[in-house]
Design a protein. Structure first.
Length: 108
């Protein structure tokens, strides 16, 4: 934990490649959440206080916007890690498809 989130080819086995988008806006795997405090996107123990760990998914644009920075989650150009960028729904590297996403289950 506390390290940048790396990217690897999909192996379709779940495990460390299975992530959930919680009803409170966390992107999490087990007890670790994506966290962004202005430098790098890291894994950090989930704290439930939103802030650096709050992400807003827009099903129409496919963007995942960080709540406090207003930047969007993206894949860097060499496709090796997650980064934050000014939001632009035209960029494929910023568009995400969440399987089994149900907007009605989100809490405010």
């Amino acid at each position: 934990m506390h390290k940048p989130v790396g990217l690897w080819p999909c192996h379709s086995q779940g495990g460390n490649q299975y992530w959930m988008y919680s009803k409170t806006g966390e992107v999490r795997r087990d007890e670790a959440c994506l966290d962004y405090s202005g430098q790098e996107v890291i894994l950090y123990p989930c704290h439930g206080s939103k802030g650096n760990q709050y992400w807003d998914y827009n099903e129409d644009t496919k963007l995942i916007r960080h709540g406090s920075s207003d930047k969007c989650l993206a894949i860097n150009e060499p496709k090796t890690k997650l980064v934050m960028e000014q939001c632009n729904s035209e960029l494929t590297r910023q568009r995400w498809t969440l399987e089994h996403y149900d907007r009605s289950k989100r809490s405010n």
